[in-house]
Design a protein around this ligand. Sequence first.
Ligand SMILES: NC(=O)c1ccc[n+]([C@@H]2O[C@H](COP(=O)([O-])OP(=O)(O)OC[C@H]3O[C@@H](n4cnc5c(N)ncnc54)[C@H](O)[C@@H]3O)[C@@H](O)[C@H]2O)c1
Ligand SMILES: O=C(O)[C@H](O)COP(=O)(O)O
Length: 527
Amino acid sequence: MSPISVKRVLISECVDPCCKALLQESGIEVTEKQQMSREELIAEIQNYDGLVVRSATKVTADVINAGSNLKIIGRAGTGVDNVDVEAATKRGIIVMNTPSGNTLSAAELTCALIMSLSRNIPQAVMSMKDGKWDRKKFMGAELFGKVLGIVGLGRIGKEVATRMQSFGMKTIGYDPITPPEVSASWGVEQMTLDQLWPQCDYITVHTPLMPSTTGLLNDASFAKCKKGVKVVNCARGGIIDEAALFRALESGQCGGAGLDVFVEEPPKHQALINHPNVICCPHLGASTREAQARCGKDIAVQIVEMVTGKALVGAVNAQVLASTFSPDSQQWIRLGESMGRVVRACTASKQPYSQVHVTSIGESLRKCTGFLSSAAVVGLLTEASQTGPNLVNALPLAAETGITVKSSHEESCEHEAMVLQVSVNGCSFRAVGSVQGSNPVLLEFNRSVFRQPVPLTGHLLFFRATGSTEILLSVTGALAAAGVELQFFSTSGASSGEHWHCMGMSSLLSDIGVLKPLAKEAAQLTL
Ligand SMILES: NC(=O)c1ccc[n+]([C@@H]2O[C@H](COP(=O)([O-])OP(=O)(O)OC[C@H]3O[C@@H](n4cnc5c(N)ncnc54)[C@H](O)[C@@H]3O)[C@@H](O)[C@H]2O)c1
Ligand SMILES: O=C(O)[C@H](O)COP(=O)(O)O
């Protein structure tokens, strides 16, 4: 993938200073502005190619759409639920995060809340600050021998498990993706949620917030828990339903809650915060010097690596791009885009497309099918779309335009090639291309196999006519009469009927209509 140009970055939150320093070292201009209102952000964002945020900046669709130059949204942290990733993808903007930078800090805060719940530490502290010495009121319970249920066994869930095991807790859990044998290797026995709820003395959630995890702990699940169960949420507000939690606290079904995150931040549900059995923090899971230094450094390094074309790390919406950061893949991307543009030029009068099918051929292209399809769609849509198609938004744009994109792979030990088949208004077009040396070439167009591979560069004329010497001479003559020099010529190998031919030209014809008497169809383009 050709390097993405990012010259100006806005950091809209308190991100470790190393982030700004590293970006500046790479020649990127950085502006830091904290606590911008939504209106200010919308007004300013057009001045930047990049935006770096934590969780407080709401990067909504209107912010994204106002960012006419935006190419990258970097989240110095894990959760990207404050970014409208779908809107960013449609606009061809890469969204990336630094998911492991704050894992340990979030895990440690979770453990601190579990311990605080077991011994009422915050309440005891408050009582002493109130001048009291109440040793009876704050009777606690040991963690040793208790059961901790961990819902979400990813990075943080795992670190919480291993730490709490050292207190002698039994750790059980649930995760639809992490295999049971993997979690068993770090001491967590997996089971269904219905099996898990009644066994737990403590429950901690470590999932992203999404439809399947919203209200995971609700009235029904609290009812299945042991009376007095204690719960912790250091993941995202809403995974534990706040109203259901309040009811469970009031009834005693829930014996205590440790909350770092809330549905709205700052939280609106003040009765919940004030509940005597609730201990809470203002979203401090990642607020350690170490986590911030890691996240700030990671996001800056990731942006610089992307800008310099070295690698794409941490992208949450453009995984297909990760495999495009090698010199070899650049040529294939150029081939895909060029083939798309050739097909577009030759089918201009027949739009719209209904189906695009890209086949990669040859072992070394096995992993390239995804980006070849996107590249071909970029070429096909380049002049049609106002949104500026790129490898990030090609497939969503195609879907929006009603184009079905299919991709497949075929093994071949003889050659590497890409086949692009396009259905347009009931007709089917098929192009076959490859990379020779480092140059993208077209080998075949609509069953016309070129005698010489057509280099996909410069000013190209494609026309459909018989291969008779007279026609070819007439076309050459028409070019000469228009003052256009012929640079190369490749005709189809077939001896009879009409076929596609290609000529390389010194410039484009000012009026392609001069070929009307000579060719059934003709198209020209510059690659
Ligand atoms: N409080 C903080 O400051 C803070 C800091 C870092 C991360 N977080 C949040 O913590 C959460 C976990 O982060 P992580 O880095 O461990 O993420 P992760 O992606 O490593 O782990 C999440 C796990 O949740 C699992 N999961 C998905 N759907 C599930 C479901 N329905 N039931 C059970 N498990 C499910 C996934 O399979 C995955 O293993 C995220 O929401 C993140 O935003 C909060
Ligand atoms: O998802 C995260 O990384 C955490 O919630 C931390 O958010 P923060 O960077 O705003 O502290």
